[in-house]
Design a protein around this ligand. Structure first.
Ligand code: FDA
Length: 308
């Protein structure tokens, strides 16, 4: 119930206005968001890379409603990639992109605009010596996102996909994408999806995650195990061993600010661990989804509203 209420709140523009008055310096924001500026994002990346972690940077923004904004966000990614290249960070850092931020929802032209913008970002990443992963959003966008990804992968095969284990369709999508060179990030899924398309019970989502992991680890692609769940992390390691995968032929991924000790523990064992680092002014929707994942964060959040 609380999770659903929070996920609806993530889309509320009225609440967004109130919550966005929380200063970005409030500890609940800085715990999950690297900052509002490019400089802060690059600095956070540098610190993580020094600690032996890899990074995927997300320029926050979703639900872009006009072409100008879509192009502006695309340009931010081009600038980011150029800065990462100049700072010598592209061996350890890539970028994550939401297609809704680069124009996917702009009516009949949306898919074309998002494809062109993603292509421009993938080219900039390629030139900088790194990669892009395309985040997955709510279920109504999945066919479109996988279609755009297939187009862009023709020129930039290293472009990563994201699949969400809470959806009934995902095992089949895992089979389709478990081919040589295919980078697939598997997560549980962060949106409020109906029972017609998604498992509703945590245990079912976890079981589906294991089935998907089995397909990806047995396949020929590059699985990216995006979870903080200790049991699933252990199962992923066991499956990698069972399928004779060496360290570096798959990776773990976690969010900035979530289980940082575990991130470092796995990296210390020689595993590849990538931290998803969001930054930018439009942090509201992202932050509320993180709160929905862990109600214990809410008290912390409410304190930052009253003590500002
Ligand atoms: P679960 O939520 O069961 O958490 C397991 C444990 O992790 C908790 O018990 C707690 O200890 C810790 N934990 C998890 N979330 C926490 C939080 N917010 N604060 C504090 N502790 C927390 N989703 C999506 O729909 N599309 C996408 O593109 C992506 N991309 C993505 C990239 C990466 C790198 C990650 C790690 C996750 C995503 N997600 C995502 C989000 C994902 O779908 C999911 O909502 C979260 O990862 C939480 O699920 P867990 O697998 O961690 O399990």
């Amino acid at each position: 119930m609380l999770r659903q209420a929070l996920l609806s709140a993530a889309k509320s523009t009225r609440l967004k206005k109130v919550v966005s008055t929380v200063p970005v310096s409030a500890s609940i924001v800085t715990r999950f968001v690297a900052g509002e500026t490019l400089d802060e994002a690059v600095e956070a990346t540098r610190k993580l890379v020094v600690d032996g972690l890899q990074v995927s940077l997300d320029h926050l923004g979703e639900d872009t409603h006009d072409r100008e904004q879509a192009d502006k966000i695309t340009q931010s990614y081009l600038t980011l990639l150029e800065r990462l290249g100049r700072a010598g960070l592209t061996r350890g850092a890539e970028v994550s992109v939401k297609l809704s931020a680069v124009g996917q929802a702009l009516g009949a032209e949306g898919e074309k605009i998002a494809t062109e913008n993603l292509q421009a970002i993938a080219l900039a990443a390629h030139n900088a010596g790194t990669t892009v992963t395309v985040d997955m959003e709510d279920h109504t966008t999945i066919d479109s996102t996988l279609g755009i990804l297939a187009d862009v992968r023709r020129d930039f095969p290293q472009t990563g996909a994201v699949l969400q284990s809470y959806l009934y369709r995902t095992e089949a999508d895992c089979r389709d994408l478990a081919y040589e060179g295919s980078r697939v990030r598997l997560c549980k899924g962060a949106y409020d999806e109906p029972a017609s398309v998604a498992y509703q019970k945590d245990a079912d989502v976890d079981r589906a995650y294991v089935r998907c992991l089995k397909i990806l680890m047995a396949g020929r692609g590059y699985p990216m195990v995006a979870t903080h769940d200790p049991r699933l992390i252990e199962i992923a390691g066991a499956l990698a061993t069972r399928h004779g995968r060496s360290k570096g032929s798959y990776e773990y991924q976690m969010l900035y600010g979530v289980r940082p000790d575990e991130q470092r523990r796995l990296a210390g064992l020689g595993e590849t661990v990538r931290v998803y680092v969001p930054y930018g002014e439009d942090w509201y929707g992202y932050l509320v989804r993180r709160l929905a994942e862990r109600p214990a964060n809410i008290a912390f959040f409410l304190r930052s509203l009253v003590t500002r």
